[in-house]
Design a protein around this ligand. Structure first.
Ligand code: NAP
Length: 316
């Protein structure tokens, strides 16, 4: 896989990188940073003793700490990789122990709420460049991570107003080094874009799988047996981590409700087309949506493989 990730850097971008939360995303960043020599030293912080032991066993970090104070001491980059709702408390606990010049970043799937929760706890002289790697799987924990997770995927940076451009550039260099394409936008625009591209689709998947599970006229065994008819692909999304997704909906409420409003209107229009036998309307919509999928494949964000490209993206 190293050939796919390109050659390692001759000099690290940051001397000491601390990663807080060694789940899917945190452990993937650690693996990729190590593979690409983007960090001189990688320090892991995780509350779970079992996770700390596993992280050392996997060799994805040089040290694993239970104490946030010990973990962030002398760090040049600290990346928060915990559920969206946990960022504020983590920032409050680590804030006083950050050295001047340190840059704090995160990977949360929601940005405005994370900026509001974290920024007040960062001392003067510490930079803040929030990030969201738009890459993931439905799996969690340190064993689920892999170095090529971010390869060819987008990472969105949402620096708050007044952020130091040098800090933004350095975080950008880091994400590019571990394989990502980088785009910069405001936190609120990020939240609106992700509401329609990620959050509402997940809600629809959770809803349809929940509805099927509650049906009385169709048995559970029939739902599983005939799942290849389309349902199966929703079940993959609906298997995503409950804590992570609970936090996303609680912290991106306005944008999700706005997009759901539009979705409901369009669904009502579709309902009408079916009721009135408007085949042309249905055909026209399905033709447009097919073109969108072709565009995603052409831009390298998906493969045409029927497993949705997951196996290939994971490099497994
Ligand atoms: P994960 O595999 O479940 O890992 C979550 C990590 O956060 C674990 O190390 C966990 O610690 C720690 N944690 C949980 N609750 C905490 C708390 N209250 N305080 C401190 N640490 C806590 O999750 P993940 O998929 O890596 O997601 C982490 C972040 O990445 C989330 O903010 C999510 O929005 C974002 N993200 C996820 C994806 C995706 O597809 N999964 C994609 C892009 C961004 P323990 O080991 O002690 O449980």
């Amino acid at each position: 896989m190293s050939d796919r990730m390109g050659p390692a850097l001759s000099e690290p971008i940051f001397n000491r990188v601390t990663i807080i939360g060694l789940g899917l995303i945190g452990s993937s960043i650690a693996r990729a940073a190590r593979r690409m020599n983007a960090a001189g030293e990688i320090v892991a912080a995780d509350a779970s003793e079992a996770v700390r032991a596993r992280v050392l066993e996997l060799g994805v970090a040089d040290r694993a700490e239970a104490s946030l104070a010990d973990a962030v001491k002398d760090a040049d980059l600290v990346v928060l990789c915990v559920p969206v709702g946990a960022n504020g408390a983590v920032a409050e606990a680590m804030g006083p122990h950050l050295k001047p010049g340190c840059i704090v970043s995160d990977v949360g799937s929601v940005k405005s709420a994370v900026v509001a929760a974290v920024a007040p706890h960062l001392p003067a002289g510490v930079g803040f460049v929030p990030a969201h790697p738009v890459a993931g799987t439905e799996h969690s924990g340190p064993d689920a991570g892999f170095a090529a997770l971010f390869l060819g995927r987008w990472c969105i940076l949402t620096p708050p107003e007044g952020a130091d451009p040098e800090h933004v550039a350095k975080v950008q260099t880091f994400w590019r080094a571990i394989g990502s394409n980088v785009e910069v936008m405001t936190p609120s625009h990020h939240d609106l874009v992700l509401a329609i591209t990620s959050h509402v689709p997940h809600l629809i998947a959770y809803n349809i799988v929940g509805t099927a599970a509650d049906l009385e006229e169709v048995t559970q065994s029939e739902v599983i047996k005939f799942s290849a008819g389309g349902f199966r692909d929703f079940t993959r999304i609906a298997a995503s981590d409950p804590t992570m997704w609970r936090d996303i909906f609680l912290h991106n409420k306005d944008a999700v409700l706005e997009m759901l409003g539009r979705f409901n209107e369009d669904l009502a229009a579709l309902q009408r087309m079916i009721r009135w036998g408007d085949g042309d309307g249905l055909f026209e919509l399905f033709t447009r949506t097919r073109a969108i999928r072709r565009g995603i494949i052409e831009q390298g964000q998906e493969t045409a493989a029927p497993d949705f490209g997951r196996r290939d993206a994971a490099g497994q």
